[in-house]
Design a protein around this ligand. Structure first.
Ligand SMILES: [Zn+2]
Length: 386
């Protein structure tokens, strides 16, 4: 994340854990059980996820009339979800020899889809960058947070992956930790760098009307990336939906950690539209630009946090998290549903007051005080399945 909006109220949305609802633990015997759940059951350590179960459905009850969510990750998604980012999670001492190298860790999801992460020792934001290839062009989502030698190494990686395809460099939004490589990329041959601001995005992607319309990037061969305006974190935030992989890139508007919102009403409307799009399309994974949460659901690394994350939440979120984001930011609206009106499994109502209290206590124990106006909602850290 990056906070630039001086003078605007900034509201942190914490993706805190819900109780171990029986939908995961008790109600679906035989399915794979999340590692986090197993860990809690084994070591019994107290945490937010130990709040009393909210699901009262007995195990023998008929299944509810909902569209089942495919919780199981496909092989590619599992590769993303389980990648430990060992080379770029930082070090206890970032000044020790070699700690800042490599500047980026590259995960090849498949030969046309790459995820880069900047080394936390070069910048604590440790943002993710996504590169997608088609026969007619390449798309790069964000250009990193900069730092000594960072852009040089980024260019070498981009050259290796993209080659001489025409490259479009777009951004989830224009905060500094997402655009620092732009200056270097602007001098790269056959490369177009989209500028900051809603007007630039509207023009570059052919967005029909900001923020309610959408645009696209066509990489050829049927690989189209839809671009959806989602202002709220920043005034020029957009989400990118890759029709080929089904993955939705949500930037700083949704990732495992606190989300900072500069314009709550815009954010709420954006999340409604984002859910409506998600309900109509086959969204496989929801991938943000940071991981700021530990591997214990609801427990974040302090922000601005240390140089070092010893254990991290998985990068991969799912469509139910977009549903929850919409629900949590539109508390007076009906619970979002699938297009056929069925419920979205795991898309639960916001926390009760008691649960908010427990989360606040946990945050305080973590060294962070909840501030006035912070919105909290349940289940941003649903443990996912192996
Ligand atoms: Zn950021």
């Amino acid at each position: 994340m990056h906070i630039l909006n001086v003078g605007l109220s900034i509201i942190a949305l914490s993706f805190a854990a819900r109780s171990l609802a029986c939908s995961e633990v008790n109600c679906r015997p035989g399915r794979a059980v999340a590692r986090d759940v197993v860990a809690v059951l084994e070591n019994g350590s107290p945490r937010i996820g130990d709040l009393p179960p909210t699901c009262s459905t007995p195990q023998t009850a008929s299944p509810p009339a909902v569209e089942p969510e495919v919780d199981e990750l496909d092989e590619e998604s599992r590769r993303i979800a389980e990648h430990p980012w060992n080379q770029t999670r930082g070090r206890a001492n970032c000044e020790e020899p070699g700690a800042k190298d490599p500047k980026f860790e590259v995960l090849e999801v498949n030969p046309g889809y790459f995820i880069l992460r900047q080394n936390k020792c070069t910048n604590f934001e440790a943002p993710f960058i996504y590169i997608m290839l088609g026969p007619d062009g390449a798309f790069m989502h964000d250009s990193g947070a900069g730092g000594e030698g960072v852009n040089e190494e980024l260019l070498r990686i981009v050259d290796r992956i993209v080659g001489d395809r025409p490259l479009t460099v777009g951004h989830g939004h224009s905060h500094g930790d997402h655009v620092a490589g732009d200056s270097a990329l602007r001098n790269r041959p056959n490369t177009r760098v989209i500028g900051a601001g809603a007007a630039a995005a509207t023009a570059a992607y052919g967005i029909t009307s900001w923020p309610t319309g959408q645009g696209q990037i066509n990489l050829g061969g049927g690989r189209i990336i839809d671009v959806l305006p989602i202002p709220g974190h920043a005034s020029d935030s957009v989400a990118f939906y890759d029709r080929q992989s089904g993955d939705m890139l949500t930037g700083d508007s949704l990732y495992p950690g606190n989300v900072f919102v500069s314009a709550p009403e815009q954010f709420a409307a954006s999340n409604r539209r984002l859910w409506e799009f998600t309900a109509r399309n086959n969204v496989r994974n929801v991938l943000g630009s940071h991981i700021e949460m530990t591997d214990r659901p609801g427990v974040n690394w302090p922000y601005p946090h240390s140089d070092h994350s010893t254990s991290e939440h998985s990068l991969v979120l799912r469509r139910r998290h977009i549903c929850q984001l919409s629900l949590a930011s539109n508390p007076r609206s009906p619970v979002p549903t699938n297009t056929n009106g069925s419920a979205v499994p795991g898309c639960n109502p916001p926390y009760t007051q008691a649960e908010v209290g427990a989360i606040a206590a946990q945050e305080q124990a973590n060294g962070r005080q909840l501030e006035d106006g912070e919105i909290r909602f349940r289940d941003f850290l649903v443990p996912w399945f192996n």
